[in-house]
Design a protein around this ligand. Structure first.
Ligand code: SF4
Ligand code: SF4
Length: 276
């Protein structure tokens, strides 16, 4: 069955490849250059503001706070009436994080903070996120890559975060863009922790199901190239054009999924595809 038309669309904007960390499991560690960033912000802003209906812009990178004009971009997007969310490693100073919270107060989104234990102390990170959560009008959530080594510690870590009122969700570890070969016991442990991003799934095959990605969800990189979703970009198909050019075309309807592994939590969490 086709899910209802999503009233608010979502764009995942990978606005830079720059990052101040080099996590050993980073899926972007092989990208050609870790120093690319969206340069023509006014054109991006106009393109986002021209999308039909209501939209949330979910900023990610790399580490988006490392974009040289990140907070200006957030303030401009919010002023244009767009909901703004962010995926960040939370390494920025409290003052910059607070500025993000303040800029998005009228139409707040989600701050999704990824804990990387190769660089960050868990308790300091938790407390920093709790402080930000007290200031942010939207929601905050912590995420953590469930490496094999870390997996046994994750239930205790999730409880530690819960003590400060912070939800910790997990992301399966990927290699060559596929989820690593977890054992059945490890998969059970991942599901007990809520699955990928709390979706209740690890690597769902939703092929054939009608999905609103391409119409009410899409991904765009720092150059404006837009694809239906992350698997579409991976296989270089279902290209929607360049967001910054007149050739960009959104779809108008839900269409069947063509991929055997959906790693896009947004369409799953927003009811854009039936995952049951
Ligand atoms: S913080 Fe994120 S983008 Fe940066 S190296 Fe780690 S996993 Fe990659
Ligand atoms: S991979 Fe996921 S987001 Fe992409 S079309 Fe399939 S269900 Fe939709």
């Amino acid at each position: 069955m086709t899910p209802h038309y999503p009233l608010e669309g979502v764009v995942s904007w990978n606005m830079n490849t720059t990052c101040n960390y080099r996590c050993s499991y980073c899926t972007q560690r092989f990208v050609e250059s870790r120093a690319q960033w969206a340069r023509d912000l006014p054109r991006f802003l106009s393109a986002f503001a021209a999308l039909p209906g209501d939209w949330e812009i979910k900023l990610s990178g790399g580490e988006p706070f490392r974009h040289p004009h990140f907070l200006d971009a957030v303030e401009s997007l919010a002023a244009a009436g767009l909901r703004v969310s962010v995926v960040t490693n939370l390494s920025s100073p409290d003052a910059d994080l607070a500025r993000f919270a303040d800029a998005t107060r009228r139409k707040p989104g989600v701050i999704s903070a990824s804990l990387h234990l190769e660089y960050a102390d868990a308790t300091e990170f938790r407390d920093k996120l709790a402080r930000l959560g007290a200031r942010h009008a939207g929601s905050v959530v912590a995420t953590c890559v469930a490496t094999r080594a870390l997996l046994p510690r994750l239930p205790a870590l999730a409880a530690h975060f819960a003590e400060a009122g912070v939800t910790l969700k997990i992301q399966p570890e990927k290699q060559d863009r596929d989820v690593i070969a977890y054992s059945p016991a490890e998969r059970d442990a991942l599901l007990a922790l809520g699955g990928h991003g709390g979706t209740g799934h690890i690597d769902p095959d939703l092929s054939g199901r009608p999905c609103w990605a391409g119409a009410r969800y899409f991904i765009v990189d720092h150059t404006g190239e837009a694809f239906r979703c992350y698997p579409a970009r991976r296989y270089r198909q279902e290209h929607l054009g360049n967001l910054l050019t007149p050739g960009f075309r959104l779809r108008t309807d839900a269409e069947p999924c063509h991929y055997s592994y959906c790693n896009c939590t947004v369409p799953q969490q927003r009811g854009m595809v039936d995952t049951r």
